[in-house]
Design a protein around this ligand. Sequence first.
Ligand code: NAP
Length: 472
Amino acid sequence: MAYQTTNPYTNEVVKTYPEATPAEVEAALAQAQALYKQWRNDPVSTRTPVLHKLAQIFRDETDSLAKVLTTEMGKLFVEAQGEVILCAEIAEYYADHAEEFLQPRQIASIAGDAQLENHPLGVLMAVEPWNFPYYQIMRIFAPNFAIGDPIVLKHAAITPGSALAFEDAVRRAGAPAGSLTNLFLSYDQVSQVVADDRVQGVALTGSERGGTAVAEVAGKYLKKTTMELGGTDAFIVAHDADMAMVNSIAPRARLYNAGQVCTSSKRFIVTENHYDEFLASLKRAFAAVKLGDPMDPTTSLAPMNSKKAKEKLQAQVDAAVAGGATLAFVHDPVDSDGQFFLPTILTDITKDNPAYGKEMFGPVAQVYKVKDDDEAVALANDTNYGLGGIVFAGTGDYGAQLASRIETGQVYVNTFFSSLPELEFGGVKKSGYGRELGREGISSFVNQELVVKRDKPNDNEFGGLVLPFHLN
Ligand code: NAP
């Protein structure tokens, strides 16, 4: 596996990077472990100023950091700028709230004065994807740096420059060496790092395939994991939805980041009274999209991240059509060698179609017609995934009732799906487990250490498991 930056708009190979040597891997683990031992004794307040500084770097250097993203995986420059700012916000959020979140919790108990303390767990392995190359790292870095868990990072093979830029920003923010160490690891080396006794947790964001492979190794070696995986998120248009709102948000919900978002709306599930209007509107919106240079502010759809991803998506569309789906819309061809995928709409996808229930990671919308809202919820739930979702309904309250019936991790009602520092992010079923961001996002890799104290034992008060032995 080669770590390589290839610009998907120009196809220029910008740079290739050698894989980490065994000596580099060992040095990174030793340094991270030594830092963990030191951090074990340092309060959270010694680290939060570094997160503020890191946020400032992301704000001060937004354009240069954004350009790295656009060059490596092709996203629109304006979207790359947004990602950089969101990273600053996440760093600030944990800088401001980590101490409060990590306070010990007092427990009323007959055993004594009990409290649950939050300590670092140890060195973590983070395996991250290319679709939001900084944001994905920041989601795991900011909370765990605050806790005191050093991180060894394996980023996607196609975004090595983003990994290095992030690591450099962390260093310049004043974080001690070992806080975040990027390594260009092979899959076998990832397994070795996960197996290493110094590593206590593994956070992976990526596909079901990648998650399964890494979770299997983590399970073998009893490492705590969080898995942020793929999805086939539903966008439900309920019988009483406001179609002006639906029609303005639906195209963006599918095409943002060239459709390469885990929580993109991949299945539009539309009640029959709105179906024809919805389909016509989505076609018009997809037709109006301008494919072009992602650095050009007038471009509205960027190329996909790589030739390989484009070919995989095309094979999925071809299989769907061969399996009976209707190609309801395909955008006009574009005169460019960039890795563009023409926005596409598929309808008439039956349960036996190869595309049914599969994640299509690019600008392809699946549109389904249903009789009523109950059928919409049932179809939304008929998938092995459960990451996000959007519901449009006549009122927020009614939409929320439908939302609560969807087996998924997060649903937005009558609005665009957004990821913000204070909002927990994560899924159920094959979309993974655990949560990143928000208050829960700082709880995954802490050692919740129970300390019960009293000045001397009190024989008369023992309870719980001790009681039978005491009576004997
Ligand atoms: P992927 O192939 O699983 O890759 C993700 C990361 O895992 C990359 O760093 C990849 O390295 C690594 N990896 C894959 N297989 C591995 C193995 N056997 N051993 C060690 N490392 C391995 O995912 P992707 O297709 O690039 O990313 C898109 C997927 O991520 C989509 O399914 C999307 O929905 C999901 N995603 C989920 C979230 C979320 O928060 N739930 C967020 C963003 C994306 P290489 O690049 O070297 O292969």
